[in-house]
Design a protein around this ligand. Structure first.
Ligand SMILES: [Zn+2]
Length: 256
């Protein structure tokens, strides 16, 4: 059952992007997690997870950081084959880059070791809802549950609900979802200003071109774990950014 669910999630990740035009994949995964996870004692983290980030002076919904600096944030939809996720993190670390992973809660249930792996690489971890449903189309109670259940998973695994919340299947949150995220403990909603379109699997050169043509100082770039083309595109993206004097840093470092 677990293996089947993981396979379904990995296959689904090939088509499930963050924007509203891509299909949702997780409705068929169907393993409803126990609500008891929130009450478990948190393990003592080797790398402390950061609490939700507060960025004074920035809007509640953040699309980018300061344009006058020399940094960008590469932010990843956190789901899919853990081998590809681990390979992606390794490529970032070889280049001295930090990334932000917005993890889907059901992925954390299937791959709990990934939370620690992400933090141990010095990267940042956040909440990308429990099941990656179309959160802005859900009734308030269901949307809140999607946020709070993923927060519970993150807290159980790392001791923190994560630094950021990013809504699922949408670039921007509605006012309702923004309010629900705040109620769950996230002062900001993390949007983005550059869409790599990598979830469509256009090939590594296209992902590289799209990112490097659009990224500028302060950019928050949307990317996805679980896609081989994204893993292959990361080294040339980081090289291209470096040539332009831009460093890839955590989202918190970008905006604070
Ligand atoms: Zn997503």
């Amino acid at each position: 059952m677990l293996r089947a669910a993981a396979s379904a999630a990995a296959a689904g990740a090939l088509v499930a992007g963050c924007d509203p035009h891509r299909d949702e994949d997780s409705g068929t995964v169907g393993r409803e997690p126990s609500p008891s996870g929130a009450g478990q004692a948190s393990p003592a983290p080797a790398h402390a997870a950061r609490p939700p980030t507060r960025a004074p002076g920035l809007p509640v919904q953040i699309e980018h950081g300061p344009r006058g600096g020399h940094a960008v944030a590469l932010t990843f939809h956190g789901r899919g084959d853990p081998k590809l996720a681990t390979a992606l993190l390794g490529e970032a670390e070889r280049a001295g880059a930090k990334v932000t992973v917005l993890a889907v809660g059901d992925w954390l249930d299937e791959q709990p070791a990934m939370a620690r792996r992400i933090l141990d690489g010095g990267h940042e971890l956040g909440n990308h809802t429990m099941h990656h449903r179309n959160i802005c189309a859900l009734p308030a109670a269901e949307a809140y549950a999607e946020i709070s259940r993923c927060a519970d998973r993150l807290r159980a695994l790392t001791g923190s609900i994560g630094s950021w919340f990013r809504p699922s299947q949408t670039r921007r949150a509605t006012d309702l979802v923004t309010g629900l995220a705040r109620r769950a403990g996230y002062p900001h909603v993390l949007s983005y200003d550059v869409d790599s379109l990598d979830a469509n699997d256009p090939g590594a050169p296209a992902v590289q071109r799209t990112v490097l043509e659009s990224a500028r100082p302060g950019s928050v770039v949307s990317l996805h774990l679980g896609h081989a083309g994204t893993v292959a595109a990361l080294p040339p993206i980081l090289d291209g950014l470096r040539r332009r004097g831009l460093r890839a840093v955590t989202t918190t470092e970008l905006v604070t």
